[in-house]
Design a protein around this ligand. Sequence first.
Ligand SMILES: [Zn+2]
Ligand SMILES: [Zn+2]
Length: 236
Amino acid sequence: MNPGEKTIFQEYLTNQGTVVKPYCCQRQNHICAKCPYHIRTGEEARVPYAEFDRVFGFPYRSTAALRNKHLLFYELRSFSGSTVQKGHATNCTDRGYHAEPMLFGVGGYLDAVTDAYGNIGCIILCSNYSPCNEAYHCCVSKIYNFLWKYPEITLCIYFSRLYHTEDGFPTAAWNREALQSLSSLWPRVTLQRLPGGAQCYLLCNFVCGIPGFLPSIKRKLTKLCNFVINNKYLIG
Ligand SMILES: [Zn+2]
Ligand SMILES: [Zn+2]
């Protein structure tokens, strides 16, 4: 390590993918089962089907019991469109952190990864909630700052439900305004609900243990889904 070089993240290869330890102050605890490894990358970091189904609740069924659970899949693509890295991030129920600041914050994981690779042209996020901009989290502001720092990167955010935008939440107007502001950056930023066809993309790329999902079928579907997302049918 060069003198003065800062180690912000520690990554460990495990049988559940590469786990990332983002903050030195986060330790294992009994309140949050995921701590301190809220970011996982690689092929082995796939989420079990049961967890995916509970959190995303396709197509859009109510999951009131999981209101506090955030699950965000991400894919980083190069300028030529090839996948550089994929993985997922979860919120921290102990410290109350949202997933987006861990990824997009100054010195966050994507900041480090983007600098390290130098060829990231597109980031695709598929989350069970839209990003908020509440004072404690400032998720949208952090995404904004990230986009400002990396003007060559395009961002696609798909979400299955809106987070705290209903009348009655004190922060609803603030969150709605932040989402409108973010979506005004189109075409550089795409912000929309997950289309029905996205389930195939998510299952093929981020989920394991899918009932009745044979490897041969999975290979065919993966090709098909990548074709669909590359041709923006998923986005359009
Ligand atoms: Zn945690
Ligand atoms: Zn947030």
